[in-house]
Design a protein around this ligand. Structure first.
Ligand SMILES: Cc1cc2nc3c(=O)[nH]c(=O)nc-3n(C[C@H](O)[C@H](O)[C@H](O)COP(=O)(O)OP(=O)(O)OC[C@H]3O[C@@H](n4cnc5c(N)ncnc54)[C@H](O)[C@@H]3O)c2cc1C
Ligand code: FES
Length: 304
């Protein structure tokens, strides 16, 4: 069976890490805005991750991951240089539409800097003037400033604590861009739902197209299970096959945030049981009993 070797790893902070994965077919097919579904080991959960970069010549794709729960923490521990991912499915989702826009603002909040990068680069390659806005809690958490900055004509940095750039959230950067440029054709915003909601509100009155990339819970990633249901302009869409990019002015963000919180208790329990099993791992190895096997969140998500 094919394995997908991790050929590079970089840790940006205690919780954010980059994996460069050997997968020539995926690197050849990947387009900005698409994602993969990854299984790190045969018993692992399938999790969606955006293709943050791809190198067709090297045959690699890059994933930037935030350790938030059981699977992403397990991967943070186990996905070391030279190890392999068990399964990588994709590329999934509709590629971002890189249109005729002449001036585009690409906004990345925290981890969102990574998934917005391929779109910023594609716009730059299309000849557009690209304004990048990145937002982090503080300077220490910043990553890819050079890489992202290299595809931008102007880069606006925002930090919550003012340790770099403008003190404030990315919406402060959006206000600055709107003040300085009266010919912006489009915004592309990726980050936590509450941040994308705030950005969509900041651009609404200006009637400037604002695309966001949604991250609802996903199970199969093929439009079959309904887990990734989102409301767009009052219509139900499935983010895995109809998105993940949508018009931010039409997204029901409150519904998205409510749905993302549906399994908080189960996620907390899974993370706790995993932490306990890590501590037990120092004991002599023996097969897991049925009670010790971590729950598969997909069973609970199925049916949406
Ligand atoms: C299209 C898409 C692209 C994504 N790209 C990235 C990325 O590039 N980097 C990254 O770090 N994260 C990305 N995510 C989110 C990532 O999939 C979740 O953080 C991961 O599944 C959490 O798993 P966990 O077991 O570590 O945490 P859990 O404890 O299971 O969950 C923590 C939180 O992650 C979210 N989540 C949980 N399960 C899923 C799931 N199956 N699908 C989506 N979200 C889930 C929930 O909001 C939950 O509250 C993406 C999600 C989607 C839908
Ligand atoms: S993950 Fe989209 S329909 Fe199942």
């Amino acid at each position: 069976m094919q394995k997908f070797e991790i050929v590079a790893r970089e840790d940006f902070s205690d919780v954010t890490y980059l994996l460069e994965v050997l997968h020539p077919a995926m690197a050849k097919a990947a387009q900005p805005g698409q994602f993969v579904i990854v299984m790190s080991h045969p018993e692992g959960e399938r999790i969606p991750l955006t293709i943050a970069d791809y190198d067709r010549a090297k045959g690699t794709i890059t994933l930037v991951i935030q350790a938030v729960g059981k699977t992403t923490r397990e991967m943070q521990r186990d996905c070391v240089l030279g190890s392999s991912l068990y399964g990588v499915t994709g590329p999934m989702g509709i590629p971002s539409h890189i249109g005729e826009a002449k001036k585009v603002v690409c906004v990345g909040g925290g981890l969102g800097v990574a998934p917005v990068f391929p779109q910023a680069r594609a716009y730059k390659e299309s000849g557009a003037y690209v304004i990048g806005i990145v937002g982090f809690r503080s300077k220490e958490l910043m990553f890819w400033q050079d890489k992202f900055g290299a595809v931008c004509d102007q880069l606006i940095v925002c930090t919550d604590d003012g340790s770099a750039g403008i003190k404030g959230m990315v919406t402060a950067g959006i206000k600055k861009a709107l003040r300085e440029h009266d010919d912006i054709d489009e915004f592309v915003v990726i980050g936590p739902p509450v941040m994308m909601k705030g950005c969509a509100e900041a651009t609404r009155a200006h009637k400037i197209k604002t695309m966001v990339s949604l991250n609802p819970l996903m199970v199969d990633g093929t439009g079959m299970c309904g887990g990734c249901r989102v409301k767009i302009g009052g219509e139900v869409k499935f983010a895995c096959v109809d998105g993940p990019d949508f018009d931010g002015h039409l997204v029901d963000f409150d519904d998205l945030m409510t749905r993302l919180r549906r399994f908080t208790e189960q996620e907390k329990n899974a993370a706790q049981r995993w932490s306990e099993s890590c501590r037990m791992a120092t004991a002599p190895a023996r097969p897991r009993t049925e009670e010790e096997v971590l729950p598969d969140p997909f069973d609970e998500v199925q049916g949406g």
